[in-house]
Design a protein. Structure first.
Length: 284
């Protein structure tokens, strides 16, 4: 069921960012929802935490994302806002592989809605290295797609006193690295994960924006409010060989956050049976 086209149409939507995410988000949401996107001017999202370490994020990603939306709305006097919050580190199941965990939230105070989507992707250049020579610097830069992707240079891994952010020029990078190495034995280089310096992350922001749009276009069959989405899953997909239940998902549970109506969708991954190799009885 699709939402009423007038639910968001004609409203002003605040994009809470200072890192140019609106270049991806605004065209998608304006076309899909009929909103007029406005970029936050007064609220500094870096006050909630920075990738480069000047300000540590005090809360988990979801709480920080909610703060970003609510504080931006309060500062800019909007009742409709959207923002994203990225986290970077090892993938939770593909061990030792770096991942981009991107959350996106739309808050609609007029209708008391908070709608969230997530993309967890292995597509990231997230990396860092302590270097003591120009040769190691060049190896790092080649690895992280420099100069299309920016980097950050510090005079130390921890307790640094000098930092250069958003570097995308090769000669400038070599010059600053040379200066830092001349005054110490090593320096520290890392990828700049701010969206405007990281096209790979910007692509993930596009992906999560499209997922959010799909969720916003999913209306509750009872009350027609948007955001009728998956809140949980049930295991139990039967093994194709022995017919015993496996740990694979057999049901997705959908819920409306407005009226709390729930429904279950069988076989959400498009298959009614699981392969024996994933069965605890056939392959213990």
């Amino acid at each position: 069921m699709k939402i009423d086209s007038d639910f968001f149409s004609g409203r002003r939507l605040l994009i809470v960012t200072k890192h140019q995410k609106e270049t991806v988000i605004a065209p998608l949401l304006e076309e899909a929802l009929g909103v007029q996107c406005v970029v936050a001017k007064d609220f500094d999202t870096d006050s909630l935490g920075t990738f480069s370490g000047e300000i540590s994020r005090q809360e988990d990603a979801l709480t920080t994302l909610r703060q970003k939306c609510l504080e931006g709305m309060k500062s800019e006097k909007f009742d409709l806002a959207v923002a994203t919050e990225g986290s970077f580190g090892n993938h939770p199941t593909v061990y030792f592989a770096p991942a981009n965990d991107e959350l996106m939230m739309l808050v609609d105070q007029k209708n008391n809605l908070e709608i969230v989507e997530r993309v967890l992707s292995l597509e990231t250049n997230f990396d860092s290295s302590e270097i003591d020579s120009q040769e190691k610097l060049i190896q790092f830069l080649d690895r992280v797609q420099f100069p299309t992707h920016g980097v950050i240079l510090k005079d130390a891994v921890e307790n640094w006193s000098t930092i250069y952010k958003g570097i995308t020029d090769y000669d400038l990078m070599v010059h600053r690295c040379h200066d830092l190495l001349a005054s110490g034995k090593s320096c520290f280089v890392e990828t700049d994960m701010r969206a405007m310096f990281n096209p790979t992350r910007m692509q993930i922001i596009k992906e999560v924006s499209l997922k959010l749009i799909n969720k916003l276009h999913s209306a509750c069959p009872e009350c027609s409010f948007p955001g009728f989405g998956v809140i949980g899953a049930e295991a139990g997909l039967l093994c194709s060989f022995c017919s015993m239940p496996t740990q694979s998902t057999s049901v997705h549970i959908y819920q409306c956050q407005h009226c709390k109506h729930e429904s279950k969708v069988l076989y959400p991954n498009g298959k009614k049976f699981e392969e024996p190799m994933y069965c605890d009885f056939c392959n213990p």
